[in-house]
Write a new protein. Structure first.
Length: 162
């Protein structure tokens, strides 16, 4: 007979929420340069989609992961464990980055790239200096976020300092 404890089911849901929240973001460093180079007319839609994913998938799933993680830490009194507090701080930072960094930059990039595409009149698209600068900032923030996600996963799995 298969016996699953409630706690174990919550752990599984917590991991699923993390995968749903952040899995897609690891495709962005491949997707953004490819679309920008090969399908410039699609770049505004790509940034609109990234913004939509942040609002409708990343933020809600990360919030669910945070709530489930709080339950898990409370149920087993793990709040003092480094392998809990480090990922907790990282998750809060990532949620903050979503609202303070990614959302406004992706909205602005969607707007500015649409302007640049329209300005090209069907010819080759030349990205403005502002687009180039914002795209670099978004990519840099994305790299930082990806590193933080990997550090959080390491702490949750390896449990250093436990």
């Amino acid at each position: 007979m298969l016996a699953v404890q409630f706690y174990d089911a919550v752990v599984a849901l917590h991991v699923m929420a993390i995968v749903l929240a952040f899995g897609v973001t690891f495709a962005y460093p491949i997707m953004v340069p490819y679309v920008t180079r090969n399908h410039p007319a699609a770049v505004p839609a790509m940034y609109e989609t990234m913004h939509l994913i942040g609002k409708r998938l990343i933020t809600p799933a990360a919030t669910v992961a945070l709530l489930l993680g709080a339950y898990l830490a409370s149920d087993r009194d793990y709040w003092s464990e480094t392998w809990v507090t480090v990922p907790l701080v990282i998750l809060i930072v990532l949620l903050g980055m979503g609202g303070a960094v990614f959302a406004p930059i992706e909205r602005k990039l969607a707007e500015l790239t649409a302007r640049d595409v329209q300005g090209a009149g069907g010819g080759p698209v030349a990205w403005s200096a502002e687009v180039e600068s914002l795209a670099r900032r978004n990519a840099t923030a994305g790299a930082v976020a990806s590193l933080l996600i990997l550090v959080a996963i390491y702490f949750m799995v390896a449990k250093p300092f436990a």
